[in-house]
Design a protein. Structure first.
Lengths: 388, 256
């Protein structure tokens, strides 16, 4: 009776919690939040102005994203060359052959000389470019030319200041373009992307092979029936947690030391990391199974192995498949960066392109990663939906 | 009177957490009986049924099934004894993702060579037996259906077919109709009754509703607090007995 009286007598307003802005706890909390984020802002060196100031540095890359190096045309070129040596040495006479010819007014000279180049045998009415190539193959333009109706041109130029003495003058004109074909970059990037996908596949497979048996040891509901089961369970789970806490990138660095640079190190890194994370997911799937069928199959007189086959396996297989595909998906995404530390795959070429400021090529690699990962992401979602 | 199919002697079960589920229970079951066990939830009915095929290990006492001591049996012997005891569950306990046929075939696991079963191979004769059992419980057309696509009543009939695959001498039914609506309850219990009458399979069945117990049981055993408080014919349960079993506040609910 006392309880009833007490709760009825108490006015409802008294039970209402105090308004937030009247509580001192609110102000202490606010102060703490400001302190934490203020320190965080300072310690991570956030300078928003840099985003604007450095924009011109990244601008060529952003522009390249719109024009990745994907396709190229084979160009048909007419070319004729003639030697021009500095320092008095006479170049060997040019071999006579069919096709266009280039003759210089003199074969030797010094920097600053005026030289006239005469071309013959080119296609008529063609526009081309005269190039200067020094002893180590560095090129510079001397000037454009245009052939007349008989395929003849003359062009006078000044011998440029270069290192070395053995120079080559080259007249080149584009006569036509061939069909479109994939560029070298695209071929290389595709090749590395395939390597990446298979790297993820092998790593995931390695994970599955070891995680499946281990996951049974890491499932409480199965191990608790056996003597020493709690110890086995504890050890397995500890192993999973320890291995999972080491990032795959760190593992990749360790394995490159062990087995050398290349995709194998990446496979091992992804594999070991997958064992741990798949093992944990599998174990939890086993722990969440319905015990009813186990009881029922046991009651028919089935052996323990038969019970696992008929009551446990049918319940966990769809979940195992879903988790595995999900893991493969993650591994493909991850294997794109594992190349950064020498673990093989597309990350290695991407890093090279970025370091050499080859933005169009880098854009090709990035697009490739984005498309493949998105496609696999979608495919894995579809498959997971089917099996669950 | 012939040798009883099942004899329980001073059976006691105390769970690890100290719960005393059964204390000193003794009774006999004659061949061909339809013995209904009634009692409140937690009165020890499920524990008793699970002790008989040792899904639950008894703390003390003896269980004699067809002259064999179940409580003293080794692992292999227990599996041989389990083969002859079919079991039907309140929650049906089918493998939900598997087909009806696979669920029924699983009832035969105790008989087929283990390696065959692991490869999911069953001899043709066993598959035909499974189809015949499904026909018997009236759902032959559901062979290839996934178990979780069936209604509750149909699932329980698959459960009965699974038990039938064992060609059992005894069927333990743990609240077989508690998850079903009244119409389905009668349908399922009639199948069990049919097995009892035509095949001579002894049935131990726990039920919630006294009306169902009176309708199907040839004998009733009432439990309260892990002990037998009534053992007799269905018509002997009068108002006073009812109150003794279910407590003074209980009201009999009819299910027709």
């Amino acid at each position: 009776m006392a309880i009833t009286e007490g709760s009825a007598a108490r006015p409802a307003a008294r039970l209402r919690p105090p308004v937030w802005y009247r509580s001192w706890r609110f102000y202490v909390g606010l102060l703490l939040v400001i302190l934490v984020y203020g320190y965080g802002w300072q310690v991570t060196q956030i300078h928003l102005a840099e985003l604007w100031r450095g924009a011109h540095l990244i601008q060529p890359f952003v522009a390249s994203l719109a024009s990745p190096d994907v396709l190229t045309r084979e160009r048909q070129i007419q070319q004729a060359t003639a030697s021009f040596y500095y320092g008095g040495e006479t170049p060997p006479p040019a071999a006579r052959g069919a096709g266009p010819r280039l003759v210089l007014s003199r074969p030797t000279g010094a920097i600053g000389d005026r030289v006239t180049a005469t071309g013959d045998g080119f296609a008529p009415d063609l526009r081309g470019m005269l190039w200067w190539e020094n002893q180590i193959g560095q090129r510079q333009q001397l000037g454009p030319f245009a052939t007349d109706g008989r395929g003849h041109f003359t062009l006078t130029f000044t011998a440029p200041q270069v290192q070395g003495t053995h120079n080559l003058v080259s007249a080149e004109a584009v006569t036509g373009v061939g069909p479109l074909r994939p560029s070298q970059t695209l071929l290389l990037v595709t090749d590395r992307m395939i390597e990446t996908v298979f790297l993820a596949l092998m790593g995931t497979t390695m994970g599955v092979i070891f995680a499946v048996p281990l996951s049974f040891l890491g499932a409480k509901n199965l191990t608790s029936h056996f003597p020493g089961g709690a110890l086995i369970y504890g050890l397995t789970r500890t192993f999973f947690n320890l291995m999972r806490s080491i990032e795959a990138l760190v593992l990749a660095i360790i394995f490159t030391v062990w087995v050398g640079l290349g995709p194998f190190a990446g496979v091992l890194a992804l594999g070991v990391h997958s064992i741990a994370s798949l093992g944990k997911l599998y174990s939890e799937a086993i722990e969440s199974i319905d015990t009813g069928p186990i009881e029922a199959i046991t009651a028919t007189g089935a052996s323990p192995l038969q019970v696992v086959r008929y009551a446990v396996v049918p319940q966990i297989v769809p979940q195992f498949i879903a988790f595995t595909i999900y893991r493969w998906d993650i591994n493909v995404r991850f294997s794109t960066v594992i190349g950064f530390v020498g673990g093989g795959g597309i990350g290695f070429v991407l890093q090279q392109y970025i370091n050499l400021l080859q933005w169009r090529q880098a854009a090709t690699a990035l697009w490739m990663i984005a498309i493949v990962v998105a496609v696999l992401d979608y495919a894995s979602a579809v498959v997971r939906e089917r099996v669950l | 009177m012939s040798e009883p199919i099942l004899r329980i002697e001073h059976l006691t079960k105390v769970y690890d957490d100290g719960t005393r589920a059964l204390s000193d229970v003794s009774f006999e079951v004659a061949r061909g009986e339809f013995l209904v066990i009634i009692g409140l939830s937690g009165s020890g009915k499920s524990t008793l049924l699970r002790c008989i095929n040792r899904l639950v290990e008894p703390t003390s006492g003896r269980i004699i099934f067809q002259g064999r001591d179940v409580t003293a049996a080794s692992r292999d012997e227990v599996r041989q004894i389990r083969r002859q005891i079919g079991m039907i569950f309140q929650q049906f306990n089918l493998v939900k993702r598997a087909s009806v046929l696979t669920n029924v075939l699983a009832g035969r696991l105790g008989y087929v060579p283990p390696s065959w079963a692991l490869a999911n191979y069953f001899p043709t004769a066993v598959v035909e037996q499974a189809l015949a059992d499904l026909e018997r419980v009236g759902i032959p057309e559901k062979v290839a259906t996934r178990a979780d696509a069936l209604s509750g009543g149909q699932q329980q009939r698959v459960g009965i077919a699974r038990a039938l695959m064992q060609e059992p001498q005894l069927i333990l039914a743990d609240e077989p109709v508690a998850s079903l609506d009244p119409a389905m309850s009668h349908s399922v219990l009639r199948y069990i009754e049919e097995l009892n009458k035509n095949d001579g399979i002894t049935v131990l069945c726990s039920l919630h509703f006294l009306s169902l117990a009176r309708r199907y049981g040839t004998r009733i055993l009432a439990f309260k607090g892990g002990q037998i408080v009534f053992d007799g014919l269905p018509r002997e349960i009068d108002d006073a007995r009812f109150k003794a079993i279910y407590g003074d506040d209980a009201v009999a609910v009819e299910i027709t």
